[in-house]
Design a protein around this ligand. Structure first.
Ligand code: ACO
Length: 325
């Protein structure tokens, strides 16, 4: 038995901020942000919105495309570092939003690698025969965690949620291989001391620097390129697949320069790498499922294609999943 993604969905907040919008409030420019990151706009949470509700919206879309009712789901695994409050978990709140009860619902905190981690956790439990149908979510709202006076981080992040319905089934389609890695020695390269996001969203208060994301961008850049390239190769080798046989890579959308550098290191042509960072910014754990959903919508993925998901994020965490679609 293997586990296969049968449908996906995505949801973003209502407010869209372009680089020009940001340049009106801080010392930056559309040219700087585009040339350094490839980002043109991003969606951000505003007062009255809830990230759990966005995740529920993405989940309902994915479930409806899968032809399943929420009650058909055996477990919810959420990749996130943006639970509304210190606790309980995002997973439990999403379970409540979806009108479900008693099934296991929990979070996997791996920052931008959250979805890749959550997918791997779900796949392992499904292979073990524990669950037949799982809702795997990536959701984050890092725009609520930045110090809006810190232009080096404020321009990078957007908010959103992506969902995937995974089903256990016989055959050779689905998750072929996954690898997860972490390196806590680099934790200070990207850190935030205060995680709960709802208070920030509701009050529209901007976080002060002590409470906000702190980042060492250039060190992260180098580690992200190396770790994503290495893990992609390792997962392919583990599944005895050549990189040339992979039809599409759907990477974490942190930064176009990181994505291009990874592709170059792996010798992959641009047409084999999906990007949408220009329209969403870095949505952390939501970026891979949002990108996957858009790749499917634009017919970039066909039955039996080999698809690689890869990510790197705070922790440091990194990982990849190879899927036969
Ligand atoms: N607008 C204008 N100028 C800015 C801005 C801004 N938004 N932000 C920083 N600058 C200035 C700095 O103050 C600095 O000025 P100085 O030289 O006078 O001190 C200068 O720009 C730095 O410029 P560069 O060195 O050219 O910047 P770099 O090419 O390193 O790009 C960036 C910075 C985009 C942050 C890059 O290091 C990066 O992408 N790092 C990865 C960070 C990342 O993706 N984090 C997300 C989480 S981790 C992950 O998802 C993998």
């Amino acid at each position: 038995m293997g586990s296969r993604i049968v449908a996906t969905g995505r949801a973003t907040p209502r407010t869209c901020l372009s680089n020009h919008d940001l340049a009106r409030h801080m010392d930056t420019s559309d040219e700087w942000v585009r040339s350094r990151t490839g980002i043109v706009q991003r969606y951000v949470m505003a007062s009255g919105e809830s990230l759990v509700e966005l995740a529920a919206e993405a989940s309902r879309i994915a479930l409806s495309r899968a032809g399943l009712k929420p009650t058909a789901i055996d477990a919810i695994v959420v990749g996130t570092i943006s639970s509304d409050y210190g606790f309980p978990s995002f997973g439990c709140q999403l379970q409540y939003q979806l009108g479900l009860d008693t099934i296991p619902a929990f979070d996997v905190a791996a920052a931008c690698s959250g979805f890749v981690y959550a997918l791997s956790v779900a796949d392992a439990s499904m292979r073990a025969g524990d669950w037949g149908r799982v809702l795997v979510i990536g959701a984050d709202a890092l725009s609520t965690m930045v110090d809006w006076n810190d232009r080096s981080t404020a321009v990078l992040f957007g908010d959103g949620a992506g969902a995937a319905v995974m089903v256990n089934e016989p055959g050779d389609r689905g998750v072929l291989s996954s690898l997860l890695r972490s390196s806590g020695q680099y934790w200070e390269l990207l850190a935030v001391r205060n995680r709960g996001v709802q208070t920030t969203i509701d009050s529209e208060a901007r976080r002060q620097s002590a409470d906000a994301i702190r980042m060492k961008g250039s060190e992260l850049f180098k580690l992200a390129v190396k770790s994503m390239a290495d893990i992609t190769l390792q997962v392919a080798q583990r599944a005895c697949v050549s990189l040339q046989d992979i039809q599409l890579i759907v990477p974490h959308q942190a930064n176009l320069r990181i994505i291009n550098a990874v592709a170059q290191r792996l010798g992959l042509p641009p047409e084999k790498v999906f990007t949408n960072v220009d329209r969403y910014g870095n949505t952390s754990a939501a970026s891979v499922p949002i990108a996957l959903d858009e790749a499917l919508e634009s017919n970039r993925i066909h039955d039996n294609d080999l698809v690689m998901l890869n990510a790197c994020g705070g922790g440091l965490t990194w990982g990849a999943n190879l899927l036969r679609w």
